[in-house]
Design a protein around this ligand. Structure first.
Ligand code: ZN
Ligand code: ZN
Length: 365
């Protein structure tokens, strides 16, 4: 399938600023989100939009795309296969959750997998694994924000040895076999001449350091596995199916390496009556034909509680009323969005003789 130009997909110019790209993306997501838009092709379009945004919102990826077109973006482990979107948010900063956008999971986790690269980079330690978790929110919790506590197993740097794995963090010395390089060289004489081979040092397994006395707390691992408690402040107005990233809340790395990240996927339970589209709330109400004709009052559930709405005389089926300021709080902007109420009208299917008489009289009129 021919890939569409990313700028065309988002409807922005080649010189668009990051801000303009972000704005265009948000507008499009509102229209094409598969939860809201059931039209044929909407989901495919949504994926294209996400893919385009992933590339154009990232300076490096955008540069590669500008230079090489779609071929230039191949190496980035792109989007579109899983179709899941990752928005990230740093803990403590309820910043713009659209600020950063992630297409693939744990991109940095398999660092140094070959023994040689480990030997060469023994001072740059291995980063810990990322951890994934899920949180299911009630509809109103997502609307107003909530604090959640999660308990999860993770590797935490050992305090007793300062993550070195050596007792008290001091009994470490350069490996005598490799003089701290982590690799040993051997020279062999063969029929084609002298060949130098290089392999991982068997004494220190490439670490370049020897621990004389292991830390008894972590058994020289440099970390201990335990259940950690983490309080997550979920901002008001969080959308369904987003993933928040909490830096350094994953596993501690080997050899005192940095922590990985914690990714928390948010799922929002649907509400019986209310539907959220962005921060606006939508609901449908059925009224009887008499109320529609003569007007009246109607009780409506909103996220802020029950309100009474006036139904004017002569209300038509399908009429949509707006309840200003009764929607969900506007994320980061202050104030509330609106609630929209669509009116259905029930026409009686069976009339008793008295009712029939009244309707007959109406016909006479
Ligand atoms: Zn060694
Ligand atoms: Zn320790």
């Amino acid at each position: 399938m021919e890939k569409k130009d990313y700028y065309d997909t988002l409807g922005v110019s080649k010189t668009a600023t990051v801000k303009e790209i972000k704005k265009a993306y948000r507008e499009l997501v509102k229209t094409y989100h598969p939860d809201k838009n059931k039209e044929e092709g909407a989901e495919g379009k949504f994926k294209q939009i996400q893919e385009a945004y992933e590339i154009l919102s990232d300076e490096q990826k955008r540069k590669a795309y500008d230079q090489f077109g779609h071929a230039g973006t191949q190496g980035f482990g792109g989007f579109g296969q899983g179709g899941t979107s990752y928005y990230t948010q740093d803990f403590g900063d309820l910043g713009d959750i659209f600020e950063q956008f992630f297409g693939n999971f744990g991109a940095n986790t398999d660092f140094g997998s070959s023994p040689f690269s480990r030997a060469r980079s023994r001072t740059s330690k291995t980063r810990g694994n990322d951890i994934e978790a899920n949180i299911r929110l009630e509809f109103l919790e997502a609307v107003f924000g909530v604090e959640k506590v999660i308990n999860y197993r993770r590797k935490i740097k050992c305090n007793d040895c300062n993550a070195t794995g050596a007792k008290n963090g001091i009994s470490k010395r350069a490996c005598p076999q490799c003089q701290g390089s982590g690799v040993v060289r051997q020279i062999q004489n063969t029929f084609i001449g002298r060949i130098q081979t290089q392999s991982v040092c068997p004494s220190c397994k490439g670490n370049g350091e020897i621990i004389d006395e292991k830390c008894p707390t972590c058994n020289a691992n440099g970390y201990n596995e335990k259940v950690d408690e983490f309080k997550i402040k979920i901002p008001e107005g969080i959308p369904d199916q987003v993933t928040l990233r909490f830096q350094q809340k994953g596993d501690a790395g080997a050899n005192g390496g940095e922590y990985g990240d914690l990714y928390v996927r948010i799922e929002v339970k649907p509400h019986d009556e209310l539907e959220r589209r962005g921060n606006d709330i939508y609901t449908e109400k059925t009224i009887d034909v008499v109320t529609a004709t003569l007007g009246g009052e109607l009780k409506i559930n909103t996220v802020h509680g029950e309100v009474t709405m006036k139904i004017p005389q002569g209300t038509q089926p399908g009429k949509i009323f707006k309840l200003s300021n009764k929607g969900a709080p506007r994320f980061k902007q202050g104030g509330n969005a609106d609630q929209y109420v669509k009116i259905n009208i029930e026409i009686p299917t069976r009339l008793n003789s008295e009712q029939t008489k009244i309707w007959e009289q109406l016909r006479e009129l």
